[in-house]
Design a protein around this ligand. Structure first.
Ligand code: HEC
Ligand code: HEC
Ligand code: HEC
Ligand code: HEC
Ligand code: HEC
Ligand code: HEC
Ligand code: HEC
Ligand code: HEC
Ligand code: HEC
Length: 448
């Protein structure tokens, strides 16, 4: 009988150890570190006076993706003789994280290479003590496979982008992730994880939307004439976050390659020139904007800077309040009416050194003149200047599908010819006024 109990006991022990088998057996060296470090409440003070917790759970480490990596692969600068007996020196938590993140390079070269070009890395190079390095998004001692779907509350971005996370967790995608636990995209599905760029830079986010929602170009074309053009000039949340406030962003782009301009290194000029052009400090008027552009281009060593209009939502939070499709903006008049609200707020932007936009506000009256001036590229059908045609378009929309097709084609043709005419007219006006400004300033210089 006693033997039987011993046998059962033996089986139980065997069972327990095979339950562990999912995590691997750790080497002596790891167990030696963990002998001291798997103690609740172990901590130390940094030289800055912060508390650095030092407890590592053996169990969690054993189940982590790094369970075959030895402590010393990453912690290669510990003094094996003195460690644990003499006090350690850690300048600050931040210094420690930055220093430790360098250890990832030896095994994850690809990720490190990508990460270097992100907005976060640029912020750190610029001295930010808040932007994330590797260890802010990954806990090396507990890291799980990326194949396991991260529960909402463990998404690493949440800690720092709290407001956006809150909005996201209640929008279509966040809810989808909560409800089904799987398919709803998380932050990195739209922004990527190691190639994160400033959100309004380039088309990466839009392209990611379209990667998942493959049919959008076709499905929108059913009711939205020239959907591709609308997609180019309207950021998706403008229509899909129905409660958002909208505005026009006049992006400065390169006249030749049409890419967004990035503020030059060294002595920045966007803010300086915008400040000096905007005399009342109440947003640039049409004339002030012209002056600004002229000055900017005079100092510019590259190609000419021109403007490219885009509708977007006003805050990061609003970009993450996407609603189900039945609530999306379908009413053309939201944009195509005289005095439509999205066109009442205008900003001029250039991409800063880290890619995030530097902004300066512009008077709304500017829009109707410059859109026609030819200096604003790819942003044309603004309600206030083209009311008649756009009303006509609305009529087409209400008159049904057949008319949409026929009407759309006609309208586009009409649009084109009228647009070309208007463009030419306004363009020459604009050139003229620019010329005037130039000759005026020339006269002034001569006069001195
Ligand atoms: C004898 C117990 C003991 C052992 C064994 C031990 N540590 Fe420590 N460790 C400590 C103590 C105590 C501190 C805090 C020292 C202080 O208060 O300044 C510490 C601090 C640390 C720190 C933070 C400060 C620093 O020096 O970077 C790291 C990282 C660390 N240990 C990793 C390890 C690793 C990896 C191993 C195995 C190679 C290990 N420890 C083995 C006791 C130990
Ligand atoms: C894959 C690399 C890697 C491995 C393997 C690793 N660590 Fe770490 N460890 C780090 C990084 C990175 C940090 C800094 C975390 C941060 O930014 O605070 C760290 C921090 C620590 C700290 C300070 C407390 C903390 O959590 O920040 C201790 C103690 C520590 N490690 C002990 C260990 C021990 C013991 C082992 C082995 C059982 C181990 N580490 C294995 C990368 C690693
Ligand atoms: C801003 C947060 C963030 C930072 C910073 C970050 N990562 Fe990641 N990382 C993620 C997320 C989220 C995933 C999983 C989802 C994915 O790949 O889209 C991931 C996945 C990974 C993976 C597994 C999948 C793959 O792509 O190979 C590795 C390895 C990795 N990261 C290493 C690193 C290293 C090394 C650094 C530092 C150079 C780093 N990460 C910096 C968020 C981050
Ligand atoms: C000594 C090599 C080594 C170092 C150094 C190292 N890792 Fe790893 N890492 C691994 C291995 C091995 C895996 C498991 C990969 C696998 O099986 O696909 C892994 C997996 C990961 C994963 C999960 C990948 C996945 O496929 O799900 C992440 C995230 C990760 N490491 C981040 C880091 C970070 C952050 C650092 C720096 C603090 C770091 N690693 C340092 C070897 C290393
Ligand atoms: C440790 C804190 C931290 C973590 C974690 C973090 N970020 Fe950031 N992030 C920042 C800081 C600080 C900035 C600069 C301030 C700002 O623009 O909000 C920033 C900026 C950004 C920007 C540029 C903002 C713009 O104007 O376009 C994007 C996009 C971004 N983060 C996305 C993410 C994503 C996605 C994740 C998760 C994969 C993440 N961040 C994780 C701190 C963090
Ligand atoms: C002018 C406003 C507008 C813009 C811009 C817009 N959408 Fe939509 N979208 C809608 C409306 C309205 C619906 C609902 C159509 C209906 O009644 O079925 C919709 C439907 C959808 C749907 C549901 C499935 C489908 O195909 O009908 C998805 C997904 C979607 N849009 C994604 C996007 C993406 C991604 C972008 C940016 C590339 C975008 N939308 C730009 C207004 C817009
Ligand atoms: C469905 C795709 C999608 C998801 C998921 C998503 N974002 Fe975004 N994010 C966007 C879009 C679109 C913008 C606005 C881009 C623009 O200017 O048009 C944006 C903008 C941002 C910005 C810049 C905000 C600003 O002030 O301009 C940050 C930071 C950001 N997102 C972080 C996050 C974080 C953190 C998460 C997860 C909690 C997340 N995003 C999830 C699509 C997404
Ligand atoms: C990783 C894939 C993925 C990405 C990236 C993504 N979505 Fe989604 N989206 C989904 C899934 C999954 C759903 C929920 C199921 C469904 O309705 O198709 C969804 C739902 C939606 C819906 C609601 C559709 C409805 O039927 O009511 C809209 C609108 C939408 N997404 C727009 C966007 C926009 C805009 C972007 C980019 C800013 C984007 N999505 C990026 C996967 C994605
Ligand atoms: C969220 C704002 C918004 C909504 C909603 C919207 N549009 Fe537009 N639309 C624009 C903007 C901005 C342009 C300017 C594009 C350009 O010419 O650069 C435009 C351009 C156009 C053009 C000119 C296309 C061309 O080929 O030059 C037509 C036609 C048009 N819209 C019709 C409609 C109709 C019909 C609806 C409703 C079904 C609608 N739009 C809904 C903002 C909107």
């Amino acid at each position: 009988m006693k033997d039987f109990f011993v046998f059962v006991f033996f089986l139980l022990v065997l069972g327990a150890s095979s339950a562990f088998a999912e995590g691997v057996e750790l080497d002596e060296a790891e167990l030696a570190c963990l002998k001291c470090h798997d103690k609740a409440g172990l901590k130390m003070k940094t030289e800055k006076g912060e508390t650095l917790p030092l407890s590592i759970s053996t169990q969690a480490f054993r189940e982590s993706m790094h369970n075959k990596t030895s402590c010393e692969d990453c912690h290669d600068n510990l003094d094996s003789k003195e460690h644990g007996k003499e006090p350690s020196h850690v300048a600050s938590k931040r210094e420690f994280s930055l220093e430790m993140s360098k250890s990832c390079t030896s095994c994850h070269k690809e990720n490190v290479k990508l990460y270097v070009d992100t907005v976060h890395a640029a912020l750190i190079r610029d001295g930010s003590d808040k932007a994330p390095t590797c260890s802010d998004c990954h806990n090396s001692h507990t890291v799980k496979s990326v194949k396991i779907v991260t529960p909402l509350e463990q998404i690493p971005c949440a800690r720092c982008h709290e407001d956006i996370f809150k909005a996201y967790s209640k929008d279509v995608h966040g809810l989808e992730r909560v409800a089904k636990g799987k398919t709803g995209p998380q932050c990195s599905d739209c922004h990527s994880a190691h190639s994160i760029q400033a959100a309004s830079l380039g088309d990466a986010i839009k392209n990611n939307c379209v990667k998942c929602h493959k049919d959008v170009a076709v499905s929108h074309e059913d009711w939205l004439p020239n959907a591709a053009l609308h997609f180019d000039v309207i950021s998706c949340p403008v229509c899909h976050a129905p409660d958002a406030q909208r505005r026009v962003n006049l992006r400065m782009i390169d006249s030749v390659d049409k890419k967004q301009l990035i503020e030059q290194k060294g002595v920045p000029k966007f803010e300086r020139l915008a400040q000096s052009a905007d005399q009342q400090k109440a947003g640039m008027s049409e004339q002030e904007l012209k002056t600004f552009l002229k000055e900017f281009n005079l100092e510019n060593t590259g190609n000419k800077a021109i403007l490219n209009g885009r509708l977007e939502v006003r805050s990061g939070v609003q970009a993450h309040q996407l609603a189900e499709k039945s609530r999306a903006i379908k009413d053309c008049r939201v944009c195509h009416t005289a005095g439509a609200t999205p066109f009442q707020s205008i900003v001029l932007t250039i991409a800063g050194q880290d890619g995030r936009p530097l902004r300066h506000s512009v008077e709304k009256e500017v829009l109707s003149s410059i859109t026609a001036g030819g200096s604003l590229h790819g942003f044309y059908a603004i309600g206030s200047t083209r009311i008649k045609l756009l009303d006509y378009l609305l009529l087409i929309v209400v008159s049904g599908v057949l008319l949409v097709i026929v009407g759309h084609m006609t309208a586009r043709r009409m649009f084109r010819s009228r647009r070309e005419k208007l463009k030419e007219q306004r363009h020459s006006d604009f050139m003229q006024s620019q010329f005037d400004a130039e000759s005026q300033s020339e006269n002034e210089t001569k006069g001195k």
